[in-house]
Design a protein around this ligand. Sequence first.
Ligand code: ZN
Length: 182
Amino acid sequence: MSVREIRLLGDPILREECEPVEEIDDEVRRLARDLEETMYEADGVGLAAPQVGVALRMFAYDVRDPDLPAGVLINPRIEATGGSEKDEEGCLSIPGLTAAVERPARAVVTGLDPDGEEVRLEAEGLLARCLLHENDHLDGVLFLDHLSPLKRSMLLDKWSKREAERSGSSTGASSPGAGIGL
Ligand code: ZN
């Protein structure tokens, strides 16, 4: 297992449409473990394959609630959504920025686990938000895309300033700010 480098906003892979996993082989299982390890190391609650530079449809999720499922979902499908909820959201690929994002309050998501077993998640609250956020990553969509153009450009300005500061000093591990990292 190894911690992989998390790709940041501006990296073109974050805007790619990811390919389905054709076969769960050793490489895919290794990626699954690395996704989890990298997510825990970054103290995030979810991490999608494109965020570590691999354009495959899979992500790790763990909202750190012992009563809720956690793991890696391969070739996920959003089967149903319901309701609507606005809550603060961040992204490990856009460290330091958070915004209130409106999403469905509930989601039914299916897919495969790294053993090839069928998984069906009936999620609400933070878990639903996490699964929808990660699934977005597989289509090249970021949480910023759910915001109004004004709010998005304000956040992007903030990001550019921080990037300028970052490149002015030493480049190192990203440190997510307040809010949840997905
Ligand atoms: Zn994210």
